[in-house]
Design a protein around this ligand. Structure first.
Ligand code: TYD
Ligand code: MG
Length: 467
């Protein structure tokens, strides 16, 4: 049977189709299918004869383990996210929105490594040499020995970095600009990106140089070129943050050599990224302790406690359907908390608009924030400020019960360290730190929490309106 000469590949999800269609069946996106040559790519091509395989020695699971040799950058937040530094011979993908600061972060890392005597090559495919130099000057990196090239052709890049002494670290900014002579499709397509990345990974494995690849994220939040690249590399880090705010988070989503879910926190200044060793201070920023509707949530990011303020505004609505708006949290989770408050706690919210905001542009991903959010909502509705020195955490279930969450001890210790002397969390929480002077309140249900905050004030809304 003759093999189809071309394939149609969705640029969003990588699904291969036999013919062109307007809509991808894999991901449902429109106009993402592009014709590509499946034979392209290094090592591909119809001229290749299959070679006879070579048997490898099989071995057992036990035996000596070598610690992966790492190159720490000395930037504590970056080293934390990578699990102690870049691993030699590995490929790391750094994804993020355009303009979020990936090039800035990597230029700073390159400068730091170069100062430690490492040979660093920075290949820019997006900016001209002059532009990169300008950024380096601004970051105070211009006096380092970082080697710079502006190139996008895969073969040329490989020839350049193979010449002379082996580099310790190569930065490719970005993979979307890579193109290879061996792949027949247009630059930026899945085949081109995949071919380029494959060649770079092979170089890393062969020489022991670390390869750092920059990838832009599409509007759907996937690294364009897309998931096909993520599984090929050893580690995937996302650089994220809100454009309107200065802080940036480097989040590990995959790491073959270390923990995932680890974060590094940075702040963007006019002289580049500054490391933030205590993120809680950033997110507690300017608190108005007397205002109702604000609660401090003791959260965990990876293994690291982060305190952040959640703000709620509950106001009588003038619309037929009240508004619910959320920034920094899951809106369906808010709907759930509102439903539980209505159904089990006698809190009437049907005639109220509800706005919820997480301070500092931070995004909470933990269900453990339920209790803090419920506390903020109740506080706003009742018009009673919560105690300024108190933190909240715990998961709420649909029955109105509250459930203990992991890392109770770490959350409480962080709160104490930052001067919070009280905490409200679910009963039956384990691993409480011993000998603490903190005032801890264990609640066993959401109605219990509501009663502690507002007393009987929300029970009879009709009376209140008369008053
Ligand atoms: P950049 O690293 O070019 O983003 P990316 O590579 O992810 O596309 O950063 C771009 C933004 O960062 C740009 O809007 C300007 C800002 N910036 C600063 O605020 N301070 C600085 O010192 C630098 C270098 C950039
Ligand atoms: Mg860039």
């Amino acid at each position: 049977m003759a093999k189809a000469k071309t394939q149609f590949i969705c640029q969003n999800c990588g699904t291969v189709h036999t013919r062109w269609a307007g809509k991808c069946e894999g991901c449902g996106e429109w106009n993402t299918i592009v014709e590509e040559d499946p034979m392209g790519g290094i090592g591909g091509g119809p001229g290749k004869t299959p070679k006879k395989g070579r048997a490898v020695t099989l071995t057992s699971l036990s035996g000596e383990i070598e610690e992966a040799p790492r190159i720490p950058t000395g930037m504590a937040e970056l080293d934390r996210a990578t699990g102690g530094g870049f691993v030699r011979g590995s490929a790391v993908l750094i994804g993020g929105d355009p303009g979020i600061g990936k090039s800035t972060l990597l230029m700073q890392a390159a400068a730091a490594l170069s100062r430690r005597g490492h040979r660093i090559v920075y290949v820019s495919g997006e900016e001209a040499v002059a532009q990169v130099r300008l950024r380096a000057q601004r970051l105070g990196a211009a006096d380092t020995d970082v080697l710079l090239a502006a190139e996008t052709n895969v073969e040329d890049i490989l020839a350049t970095i193979s010449e002379g002494k082996r580099p310790d670290l190569v930065i490719i900014d970005s993979i979307q600009t890579l193109w290879s002579d061996t792949a027949d499709s247009a630059p930026g397509t899945v085949t081109q990106v995949r071919t380029g990345v494959q060649a770079m990974i092979r170089f890393a494995k062969q020489t022991g140089a670390t390869m750092v690849l920059v990838g832009h994220v599409t509007k759907e939040g996937q690294i364009a070129g897309p998931r096909v690249v993520e599984h090929m590399v050893d580690a995937v880090l996302y650089f994220e943050g809100d454009r309107g705010h200065h802080y940036r988070i480097l989040r590990t989503v995959k790491n073959r050599f270390g923990p995932t879910d680890e974060i590094g926190v940075f702040e963007m200044s006019d002289r580049g990224l500054r490391e933030v060793s205590n993120p809680s201070e950033l997110f507690l920023g300017e608190r108005n302790e007397k205002a109702p509707g604000a609660a401090v949530f003791a959260g965990i990011e990876g293994t690291r406690p982060v305190l952040v303020e959640v703000q709620a505004l509950v106001a009588a609505t003038s619309l037929g359907t009240p508004r619910r708006a959320v920034v920094g949290w899951d809106s369906s989770r808010l709907a759930m908390i509102l439903a539980v408050l209505e159904a089990h706690c006698g809190v009437r919210l049907g005639q109220h608009d509800v706005y919820l905001n997480v301070a500092g542009g931070y995004r909470i991903r933990e269900p453990a924030a339920d209790m803090a959010i419920a506390a903020a909502l109740v506080s706003s509705l009742a018009g009673l400020a919560l105690p300024a020195d108190c933190v909240y955490f715990g998961e709420v279930s649909l029955s109105g019960a509250v459930r203990p969450v992991a890392y109770t001890g770490q959350r409480l210790k962080e709160a104490e360290k930052l001067g919070f002397s009280a905490a409200v969390f679910p009963a039956a929480s384990s691993d409480l730190p011993k000998g603490s002077a903190g005032k801890w309140t264990e609640v066993d249900s959401l109605p219990d929490l509501v009663a502690r905050i507002a007393g009987s004030r929300l029970k009879a809304p009709a009376d209140q309106e008369d008053a």
